[in-house]
Design a protein around this ligand. Structure first.
Ligand code: NAG
Ligand code: NAG
Length: 203
């Protein structure tokens, strides 16, 4: 299922830190992504932050089976903490598709630069053909390190992908996945409005 064999390969950035850690994130992604530990199945979360501009239009309820694969685990995690479900936004999905396609073309399917847009972004890189629900489950699993009572993440852990998933003020999401020549997959979800506002509790 969705776990990483080697925790030192886990990479995850909460949005407020995205810019500061961008270089580090890129280096880690480039080092870790193209060459996982000799055939081991690796699935790692990455970059809660912001990415590219979503195209206008295409909003609304045009969800389908692919969308539901992303939406269902998001909304299950949100329901678990009493937060309203996300809606699918085809414009965000299209923007996500453009970004992961670009990462595929540039080689290695490395994590995208998530520092520059108004949208929230969760990424996941897998050394294999990971299902969307599996990637979302990995983000949600970071919630085990999050304590809502004091809005903190356990020392040495990152909770940013989880807190974006359950962020109350986020209303819509669009996601896409690229399959790379190596067999790896890069998954990206974009969130509007973005979550992980510094100093605020997600819900
Ligand atoms: C389903 O949604 C995905 C993600 O937005 C999109 O790439 C795909 O084209 C859609 N398929 C159909 C049949 O609408
Ligand atoms: C927040 O609460 C958790 C669980 O009680 C605790 O382990 C942690 O030390 C607390 N963190 C802060 C910064 O108070």
């Amino acid at each position: 299922m969705a776990h990483s064999r080697s925790h030192h390969h886990l990479l995850l950035l909460p949005a407020p830190m995205a810019t500061a850690c961008l270089l580090l994130a890129t280096l880690l992604a480039l080092c870790a992504a193209p060459a996982p530990t000799h055939g081991a199945r690796v699935l790692m979360p990455g970059g809660a932050g912001a990415v590219t501009k979503a195209q206008q239009g295409g909003t609304g309820s045009g969800s389908n089976a692919t969308a539901d694969e992303y939406l269902a685990p998001h909304n299950q995690a949100r329901a678990a903490v009493g937060v309203a479900p996300l809606r699918w936004n085809a414009g965000l999905a299209s923007a996500a598709a453009g970004t992961v396609a670009q990462q595929r073309r540039q080689g290695g399917c490395a994590f995208a630069d998530v520092g520059a847009s108004p949208y929230g972004a969760n990424q996941g890189w897998a050394s294999y053909r990971a299902r969307p629900a599996e990637v979302v489950a990995l983000w949600v699993a970071e919630g085990r390190y999050y304590t809502h009572a004091n809005n903190t993440c356990a020392a040495g852990r990152q909770c940013g992908t989880y807190t974006q998933v359950v962020w109350r003020n986020t209303a819509e999401v669009g996601c896409a996945q690229a399959s790379c020549a190596t067999g790896a997959t890069l998954t990206l979800c974009l969130y509007n409005p973005h979550g992980n506002v510094q100093g605020q509790s997600p819900y």
